[in-house]
Design a protein around this ligand. Structure first.
Ligand SMILES: NC(=O)c1ccc[n+]([C@@H]2O[C@H](COP(=O)([O-])OP(=O)(O)OC[C@H]3O[C@@H](n4cnc5c(N)ncnc54)[C@H](O)[C@@H]3O)[C@@H](O)[C@H]2O)c1
Ligand SMILES: [Zn+2]
Length: 341
């Protein structure tokens, strides 16, 4: 199934092309003034489909999402004589889309860029919303910009080679979207599990599109995160702290964070769906709990970007499909964290 939709953000409209093959790229961007960015894995598995395109290939992994890689990409653009009319296209997971969006935004004070997300996570989350950044030492996404891509091109063929662990990473964010805004998707997800839904292309592809649209709509209404966009942090406050302290994968940490946020919601909003959320998380290969080091986790929480002086904007659920932003005094949050486990 193919589809096309345009979302208008404050400074840029973004064209989404769902379900097209590699050939669509030449219709969207001129090959002579385009440079592709891929990591070695994606290049080895899918590079042959992009023969004839200029391509910068970098090593894979989060540890390369740093300034020295951006310098290398900029060097690559200079060597290819890229001017301000050029387009940089990131073809890869979230590391590549972040690097491409960031490098393109600073090269010559900003050139056009687009994405072809190749992981489930990048399709439903990382490629959308315009936040593109790099890590500095231990600090993730410490430096970056908010600038929208010109286009996002979805080619389902990439999913054929996606490693098992990467599927759960993407489903953590899909479950998050369902919890905060999409009870219908929650019910759909609950009728499957990760193995069955992966094989059901006629369910999976529209579900990815639905998630891309959901995040885009939330971001469009609140691009600079003053209000509704904060809902996308559901599960990410404690989740991120546990990820930092205990080295869990992002998806696993967010899954644990979502269950904790559900439990906190029970006491604050009367939320009754914790068991349903837990069952769904398990069905998609993610953990529902993890023992954590309270003092160290609280240290990271105090550094959280979502904290505003003595209060944390915590995302809670009123019911499945209805997330809310809840201002929680830090001492209350800390007291609650100490009381759980
Ligand atoms: N900008 C945002 O709003 C945003 C949102 C969420 C996450 N992110 C960022 O995204 C990153 C994580 O994304 P990710 O998990 O996609 O990481 P990634 O780009 O590192 O990809 C994960 C692994 O899968 C491999 N891979 C990618 N596509 C493949 C395919 N089709 N077949 C086989 N292997 C493939 C990659 O080479 C890599 O080894 C983090 O850096 C995170 O900060 C950004
Ligand atoms: Zn996340």
């Amino acid at each position: 199934m193919e589809g096309h939709v345009t979302y208008r953000f404050s400074t840029q409209k973004v064209d989404y092309h769902f379900g097209f093959g590699a050939s669509r790229l030449s219709a969207i961007t001129d090959r002579k003034s385009t440079v592709l960015l891929m990591d070695e894995n994606v290049h080895a598995l899918h590079g042959t489909r992009y023969r004839g395109w200029e391509c910068i290939v970098i090593p894979p992994g989060e540890r390369f999402k740093v300034q020295s890689t951006v310098d290398g990409i900029i060097q690559g653009l200079i060597e290819r004589k890229a001017d301000r009319q050029f387009t940089l296209v990131g073809i890869g997971g979230g590391v590549i889309t972040d690097l491409a969006g960031y490098a393109a935004s600073v090269y010559m004070r900003g050139i056009r860029f687009g994405f072809m997300p190749t992981t489930l996570l990048a399709m439903v989350d990382a490629s959308i919303g315009g936040k593109n950044g790099i890590d500095v030492g231990p600090y993730k996404n410490m430096v970056g910009i908010i600038r929208q891509p010109a286009f996002i091109l979805y080619d389902w063929a990439f999913l054929r080679t996606l490693p098992d662990a990467q599927w759960s990473e993407g489903f953590a964010e899909i479950i998050k979207h369902a919890c905060i805004r999409d009870a219908t998707a929650f019910r759909l997800l609950a009728t499957y599990d990760i193995d069955r839904i992966r094989r059901k292309k006629e369910i999976l592809h529209p579900l990815i599109e639905r998630n891309a649209r959901l995040k885009s709509a939330v971001v469009r209404r609140d691009e600079f995160e003053r209000n509704e966009r904060r809902l996308l942090n559901f599960g990410h406050t404690l989740g991120h702290a546990i990820e930092t302290v205990h080295g869990l994968s992002h998806g696993s940490a967010v899954a644990v964070g979502m269950v904790l946020a559900c439990r906190l919601s029970e006491t604050r909003t009367g939320f009754k769906g914790t068991e349903s959320v837990k069952s769904l998380i398990e069905a998609y290969g993610l953990p529902t709990s993890h023992p954590f080091h309270v003092t160290k986790v609280l240290d990271v929480l105090r550094m959280d970007k979502k904290r505003v002086s003595r209060e944390m904007n915590y995302i809670l659920l009123e019911r499945i499909g209805k997330g809310i932003v809840h201002g929680l005094p830090m001492d209350e949050l800390e007291g609650w964290v100490r009381s759980i486990r």
